[in-house]
Ligand binder design. Structure first.
Ligand SMILES: N[C@@H](CCC(=O)N[C@@H](CS)C(=O)NCC(=O)O)C(=O)O
Length: 202
């Protein structure tokens, strides 16, 4: 039985929960009590020495880093497929997953962590403004790539979208208005049952 150590408010954990639902994979969800700092306790650090969620465990095999977990689930449960069959399609998915992390996820964390969890006097407004600018530049690139398309790779929803969904959820909180093709693509992701079921409370 698969076990997923996660937190309901964690964007990276949400990627894996979305993939589990999309691929109809049964897993035991184990909530890590991050408020009580359980992710920094010896038991959890023995699983994931970085003290972050998500972590997947299957029969003693331990895996962390959400994109690695998504790729593992794709290899072990290939149907329904969330990546194309051909090498170029798969490589493009890998490219978009990586770009999601370095051009959007990191910057989103800089803005939404303080907005969700810190009092305003502790916000680093300069860093938040810079992160917002970088996100807007990234969205301008995605807008060109999504012109006339429904999804980033091929004509089907896939792992690239799974990676983006938890982060595009926060555009309103970040006061970011995506350009039209990106906005339509975000709506397509967020209306899926897998996104609705995993939507965080804050
Ligand atoms: N690159 C990691 C990022 C995981 C991550 O940063 N998770 C956050 C929650 S969304 C976390 O556990 N933060 C706790 C900490 O860094 O102390 C992944 O893709 O899984």
């Amino acid at each position: 039985m698969l076990k997923l150590h996660y937190h309901p408010l964690s964007t990276y954990s949400r990627r894996v929960r979305i993939a589990l639902i999309e691929k109809r994979i049964g897993a035991e969800l184990i909530e890590v009590d991050m408020v009580q700092r359980a992710h920094r306790g010896p038991e959890y650090l023995a699983l994931n020495p970085y003290g972050r969620v998500p972590t997947l465990v299957e029969d003693g095999f331990v895996l962390y880093e959400s994109t690695a977990i998504l790729e593992y689930l794709e290899s072990t449960h290939p149907e329904p497929a969330l990546v194309p069959a051909d090498a170029r399609g798969r490589a493009l998915v890998a490219m978009h997953m990586k770009l999601c992390d370095i051009q959007l996820a990191r910057q989103t964390g800089i803005i939404i962590f303080p907005k969700r969890f810190l009092p305003r006097e502790r916000w680093d407004e300069g860093a938040m403004a810079q992160a917002k600018k970088e996100i807007e530049q990234h969205l301008a690139i995605l807008e060109r790539q999504l012109a006339g398309r429904q999804y980033l790779v091929g004509d089907r929803y896939g792992l690239a979208e799974v990676c983006y969904t938890p982060f595009v959820e926060f555009f309103p909180l970040m006061e970011i208005t995506p350009p039209p093709a990106v906005a339509a693509w975000c709506a397509r992701q967020l209306e899926r049952p897998s996104a609705r079921e995993t939507k965080p409370a804050v």
